[in-house]
Write a protein that binds this ligand. Structure first.
Ligand code: PGA
Length: 262
């Protein structure tokens, strides 16, 4: 894992946005895996600003979101489709039919899950998968004890996750109990992963992800098995890392260092 520790939350989020932008610049027909949540709001705000400032076109880009609540209309104010439109898609020139979010309702979630996996396969898989990390170490809605080789499926949300997402709903009772999420195996099949975590409330999960054993108890720890992962965190999220000095030595202030510069 490439561990990049930034002094501030804003620095970390700006760096993550820059990595997404560079991916599109290098490969205008990129397939991006996208995430939602509080962390990503600022990442997307930076990304929109950079896109407009550098006149980057998203017209060839395809996106697949990680997850969606199950049991609400997709145009509900709290759906992840609504979130993505508001925080990203409405502000760039992406073709709306090239943006994919798992179904939020339907007769059979198993059919919806299979259709989503098929759609990802049909475009040749994800080039760059953006991820947030939950306080409990979840990635997507793969809650602790999710199979490390899982594919897209319906999951029951933990009470902690429902409470954490209460802010998007009027009442806790309105937070759906289920979600359709790509699996950990799906995430591990992507070409490259970029995971972003900031703030002290993520410190324990970040430590388990980077330095803990690979375990279904911390789904993000499965990323230790992926060959191309960049972890972008701030100092507060990094505070429990035992090898902090090493990470900062390898990438001072989160910067990339070319071996030829050493
Ligand atoms: P957050 O969510 O960015 O709102 O903290 C991250 C997650 O739960 O994946």
């Amino acid at each position: 894992m490439k561990v990049l520790i930034f002094e501030t939350e804003e620095d970390a989020k700006r760096d993550a946005a820059g990595r997404l932008l560079r991916q599109i610049q290098l490969s205008p027909t990129s397939v991006l895996g996208l995430a939602t949540g509080g962390t990503m709001e600022a990442v997307y705000a930076h990304l929109i600003q950079m896109t407009l400032h550098q006149s980057v076109s998203w017209s060839g880009v395809t996106t697949f979101n990680l997850d969606e609540y199950w049991g609400i209309p997709s145009d509900s104010p709290a759906s992840y489709r609504t979130y993505m439109n508001a925080h990203l898609f409405d502000h760039v020139d992406i073709t709306r039919s090239s943006t994919h979010v798992p179904a939020s309702n339907g007769r059979d979630p198993r059919d919806a899950a299979q259709a989503y996996e098929d759609a990802i396969s049909a475009v040749g898989g994800i080039d760059l998968q953006l991820l947030g990390i939950g306080k409990n170490g979840h990635i997507g809605f793969n809650e602790p004890t999710s199979s490390l080789s899982s594919t897209t499926r319906i999951k029951t949300l933990t009470d902690d996750t429902r409470r954490a997402n209460r802010r998007y709903f009027d009442r806790l009772e309105d937070v759906p109990k289920y979600a359709l999420t790509v699996g950990i195996g799906t995430i591990l099949s992507s070409n490259e992963c970029l995971i972003v975590g900031t703030g002290p409330e993520k410190a324990a999960a970040v430590k388990s992800m980077i330095e803990g054993p690979v375990s279904a108890v911390c789904p993000a720890s499965a990323l230790q098995m992926h060959r191309n992962v960049t972890v972008v965190i701030d100092e507060q999220a990094a505070q429990d890392l035992e090898l902090m000095d090493y990470y900062q030595h390898v990438h001072p202030a989160g910067q990339e260092v070319e071996i030829s510069d050493v």
